[in-house]
Design a protein around this ligand. Structure first.
Ligand code: HEM
Length: 406
């Protein structure tokens, strides 16, 4: 359903292992490996400052601003242009397409995933409702891939664009925009970065807000570390190695509510055996990341939010540094993980530095106890909830206001 009928087949995350996947993965990795990811930090820093200003202005819309700013940030890195401050069509259409992806990625939601032969039945037949769903959804998916790419290409022609992932790939000379097959590679790399990056990171950051709300002591400890190391300025990437507790907060957010609890399904390319179970070729395998990250042997009292579990002798325990299972397995491991960790770190550290996250109050001034729940779906998204986000001091407010002068 996902690949063939909804049009997600050109996203290399969903491609079978083979040449088409390899070419795209290699081109992607050239832009997002640990070293090249450093190039993206200035834009990630801009995104973090943009989010602070938005939260200052409309704190009650925090979920929207997190989502919008992250999407805008990825577009700027990948395609090289700035979106409109609100209601940008690139973001609106991507949100819609990603919502549909989340619905249809749950195995069993559509009968055609279980009985592929159904794709040949006429659309009027009972059970063929997936066809009208696909008819509507497919153009939206394809638009999400094509429209920002086409816009970036026409801006490249006029020079009205920043250097970006796609401009660098095109300049590398390995792919040229006038060769159709190459055009597809560059477009697919860009859309994989957008689909992978915007969707997952905002889910993690929303969970961060919920965790700070539920665990005020953790929030205060993180803020003390920031205050003592950074003092009266906004964080930047040079600070990253110097604040182990804040780093551990990020790792605990990733562990506590795994954003892809069943990772991304893999298909066996040959017969296999696991713990005495025979697994035939072509079986679909889901890895239970959720359970791995709640294994009491490694994470005692796994339901509680405890960043301290990642520290050893006052430093981040190297064995946990990138919490790799969150990012998948084997040769398909998430190639955007370095970018993702940088992005999450600068965003959550900046928020902690200047804002207090507290319980919201009702009309009578009484605090509302947070009711944190998650929506069903393949990616774990939080249900909208209320909280109060206020500057920690007049100085903090000034830092935020002045941040667009830098
Ligand atoms: C916290 C954020 C993120 C999490 C938890 C995450 C997690 C994952 C997981 C579990 C997979 C599947 C791996 C597998 O099949 O074993 C994956 C694949 C992928 N991710 Fe991420 N990801 C995140 C952020 C990002 C970002 C920011 C990007 C882009 C810049 C990205 C791009 C991709 C791509 C392109 C794939 C497909 C790889 C392939 O099939 O070869 N991800 N990610």
């Amino acid at each position: 359903m996902l690949n063939d009928l909804l049009g997600w087949g050109s996203l290399f995350s969903f491609m079978s292992y083979g040449d088409a996947w390899r070419i795209r993965r290699r081109a992607f990795w050239q832009e997002f490996n640990a070293y090249r990811t450093l190039n993206h930090r200035p834009k990630q820093l801009d995104t973090s400052r943009d989010l602070l200003r938005r939260l200052l202005k409309e704190p009650e819309e925090f979920l929207h601003h997190i989502k919008y700013t992250l999407a805008a940030g990825v577009i700027s890195v990948v395609y090289g242009f700035d979106v409109k401050p609100e209601n940008d069509p690139n973001i609106t259409r991507a949100e819609k397409a990603l919502e549909q992806l989340n619905e249809s990625a749950i195995s069993g939601n559509f009968l055609v995933d279980i009985l592929p032969v159904l794709r040949y039945v006429p659309s009027w037949m009972p059970g063929a409702g997936f066809k009208s769903y696909a008819k509507k959804a497919r153009p939206e998916t394809l638009d999400m891939f094509n429209a920002p790419y086409d816009e970036a290409c026409s801006r490249i022609q006029t020079g009205n664009i920043d250097p970006s992932v796609i401009s660098r790939i095109l300049e590398s000379g390995n792919y040229t925009s006038d060769r159709c097959a190459d055009r597809d590679v560059v477009r697919d790399v860009a859309s994989a970065a957008y689909a992978g990056g915007a969707e997952t990171s905002h889910a993690v950051l929303s969970t961060f807000i919920a965790a700070m709300l539920l665990y005020p002591d953790v929030q205060a400890k993180g803020q003390r570390e920031i205050d003592s190391y950074i003092g009266a300025r906004l964080p930047n990437f040079d600070d990253l190695p110097h604040m182990p507790y804040v780093h551990a907060i990020m790792l605990e957010v990733l562990r506590w509510q795994a954003v892809l609890p069943l990772s991304v399904a893999h298909r066996l390319t040959m017969d296999d055996e696991y713990n005495g179970y025979y697994l035939p070729k072509h079986s679909t395998i889901f890895v239970n990341t959720w359970a791995i990250l709640r294994d009491e042997e490694y994470y005692p009292d796994p339901d509680s939010f405890n960043p301290g579990r990642f520290l050893k002798d006052g430093k981040v325990d190297p064995k946990h540094k990138d919490l790799i299972v969150n990012f998948g397995y084997g040769r398909r491991t998430c190639p955007g993980r370095f970018f993702a960790m940088d992005s999450l770190w600068i965003l959550l550290t900046s928020m902690l530095a200047v804002f207090d996250i507290k319980k919201a109050k009702n009309a009578d001034g009484q605090e509302i106890d947070p009711n944190i729940q998650y929506l069903p779906g393949y990616t774990r998204h939080i249900k909208p909830f209320r909280c109060s986000i206020t500057p920690r001091s007049p100085e903090a407010e000034k830092l935020i206001r002045d941040s667009d002068l830098m």
